[in-house]
Design a protein. Sequence first.
Length: 417
Amino acid sequence: MKRKPVTAILLAAWLPLVGMAAGQKMALATTGVDAPLVVDWTRRVLERQPERKLLQGYAELARETRDAGANVLGNLGVSLRHENYRLSDSQGLVTWEGGVDLPLKVLRQKQVFSELVARYPELERAHADWLYWQAAGIARSLYDDLLERRTRRDHAREAQRQSQRLFDVVKTQVEAGDASRLDLLLAERNLSQARRRVVEAEGALRQAIEVARLWGIDVDEPALAALATPPVPTRVDAPLQLAEHPHHRWVEQRGAVALARGAIDLWSQRSSTELFVGSRHDALPGGPSDTALLLELRVPLGDNPEYQRARAERDRDRREREAELATTDRELRQRLVEAREALQRWQALLPLARDQYQAARKALALSVQSWKAGEIGLQELLIVQQQENDARLQLGLVRAGLSRRIHAFQQAVGILP
């Protein structure tokens, strides 16, 4: 079927635009680097982490613990005793006795407390790094959600523009008597479906923007346009450095502080040899008075039962902490294996999705030419157009999915933005 000149002009204008805008956006999507944006978002998320307030208490804990270790007087006891026999005899003996009780275990008190004092700064640094790592995970997740939903919205808008151009062409053909009313209804239905998908995609994107705003992140169109797939890490097969991972260090330092506290509890429950140093003064009315130096040593015959219980609990707590750390390390290794495999899989999917999109574009171009020549109907053309739209969307989603897998890999390795 031969088309009239006006129809040919509209078709010539429509064909080069099919998929071009989305293709240009996809080409630019791989050139951006998300590090500055993720760093800024991580900082904003961290500012709204409730646990961040706990960091302010570690210095106070260290100071109070240090003062407690130096407070030897709290374990000393002063005793004073007075004996007066004049109640029954005016010539009775008067005795004054006083001294200090000193548990000899206080000689190690400062050393016992100093271990806990030294642990608090390490725990504070580990806690701060862990919170920052957690905030980075939230920021990266928000980033990838916005990237995926922006991709869907851009694709839906481009599909709507494509459907609008096709509808305009068909409408012109109908007015020129070169197409049927059925073709116009098909084009109109296709345009209506495209508009519905735009509404759904824009709504999903607005929801993600509102979620980001809860974390203090204001996302506008320039910020959305800046979202791009980050570069793939160069060493995805690098071994996991557990000793440097924020989550490992947080669990490790928490366990160390708990054990240091347990050591203090154990020390406080332990029986101790006690030394009494004092003096005694005896006086008779009108007679001589005597003053004597008193030394008394009290040695326990066995361990305090509470000490035995505390020692057993400390050993059990140590095993629990070791098991918790081992479990954490196993989970970190497992997450890294899963993140590495997913990243490599999505890397392999990208060229396949790109080839499928290029093939779909060529098929659409040939279908448009066949439709112009009257070899196929509008319904067949719409099917091929939908296939091209799906392939274009799939390519964008693969790129967005690759960004998510890159961030998941960085999170698993413990890389801080």
